[in-house]
Design a binder for this molecule. Sequence first.
Ligand code: G6P
Length: 609
Amino acid sequence: MCGIVAAVTQRNIINFLLKSIQKLEYRGYDSSGLALINSNNHLIRIRSVGKVNELIKKTKNKKLFGKIGVAHTRWATHGRVSKENTHPHVSSHITIVHNGIINNSLELRLFLEKKGYIFNSDTDTEVIVHLIHWEQKKTGKSLLEAVYNSLIKLNGNYSMVIMDTNNISKLIAVCSGSPLVIGLGSKENFIASDQIALLNVTKRFIYLKEGDIAIIKPEKIKIFNKKYLIVNRKIIHSNLKYEHSKKGKYKYYMEKEIYEQPMSIENTIKNYLKNNTSIYFKKLGKKEKNIFLHLEHIQIVACGTSYHAAMVSKYWFESLANIPCDVEVASEFSSRKLVVRKKSYFITLSQSGETADTLIALRIAKKLNYLGNLAISNMPNSSLVQESDTFLLTHAGIEIGVASTKSFTTQLIVLLMLVTKIISIKQKKNQIEKKIIKILTILPNTIKNFFEKNKEIKNIAKKLSNKKNMLFLGRGIQYPIAMEGALKVKEISYIHAEAYPSGELKHGPLALIDSNMPVIIIAPKNSLIEKTKKNIQEIDARGGVIYILSDEEINISKNIKILKMPYIDEIVAPIFYIIPLQLLAYYIALSKGTNIDQPRNLAKSVTVE
Ligand code: G6P
């Protein structure tokens, strides 16, 4: 949540700051701002409500110059969206950009007001910058010590970058509960919330660890850990390319990411195959093998789209592996007294690996009696990955659209491969493994061919784009797919969409059915289809507008529209059936003209509880 970029260099960095902060808009886009120290050692601060484009407009024709600077894109928490609340915040010679939440900000604000500080915003960030200023004024010590002494008084999670007009050769970065990465250049160094913002200037990165404070100069970096001891952190060479973060021929990132799925699925499968004949997780060693052999229960925790992927895997764990599996939304998991099942293994799922709710759930689980824990994430250096016993990556590539698509399908691939591996270990034979590898290998091509149907989906989308409500129905393993389909529509087109298990319709939602209520039914030909047909009849009899996704001819009524799906093996059907729903949501939003990659009020990486 919120994006931070900063640089200390020997050249003018205005274009770098603007370009890079735009790359972080996926983290929040309520307002944005930047601050530079110019050649006269004066602070230049420009802030704007709205997307980074508004900030760019404000900087045009201003001939801005600065070798050191900070920038920020905001997702509002403390204080409404306004110019006053937009970062950077300033206290005399100190400037700050901050990501996170300070829980005791009210108390500190009252204290600082008594000391004579005048507040210009409602943010908790302004509390931090005045506190640092007060600490330095009080002790007369260095800015670093003032920062350190202030941190002791803060309660919450934060990452921040501090700039001082009295010392224009360095920046101070603090990382606690929210990620910060240092990009290493030649006689210049950079800081950002995500390496994606720095790919156009470097390939070498240092990820700060929880509690780290770094002094960043153009030629030198010094990092202190939470005990205030100097530490060396590993330099990572990234193989991500700047081009990977571009839209290419597509109008929106979400469109690009939907159409990239055959490739990201294939990459993920290949990554975990050995000689194309067996599943091999390099990261999982003897310890995990032993856990898999003995585990009797799986607990999965996640949020949003990742939660839906976890829900699908519950059906796989139970129906294929015979292992009881519970799935819970992370914020709920950490909001109640927990009873840990016997021999239970804890799994978290998160595209970003930074979702605060999921991280907190992991921290709670680590104190409980689980056999161990595993994170499934798309981000190799994320907090979740670092804090977990072990991890598996989804290899989806950079995902920028706020509405998750390729992360979801690659999470499903990893989960299915994990279920399969556990079965092989428990049963000490690999027939199922061989069968599932075969099914998985043909999936990317089936999806690629299916994209030819996108015209049909576009036509349905046009008919649905003026609707106020929609219902999505699924049965069994397709119920979480209905949930994910409804979530996609809600997120990017703002149509109120709900998902129900098909069989639950008669227990309430049937009352909503009329000619204005489109009902999307996911009904692949399987052992449940006859039951679903009955539900379809019930809706048809009440004048509902029905769209069915199925590989079976369903001739119930002329009013029913069928999107004919090709045959797909039942096991991977959920991975396949989400594709038309993602496309449907995308084309509905396109018809409505919403900002698909940056839907209102949302952010891709939610680092606050
Ligand atoms: C946010 C995003 C969703 C995402 C959820 C979980 O709400 O807008 O698209 O599914 O976070 O994110 P994670 O990174 O933990 O998968």
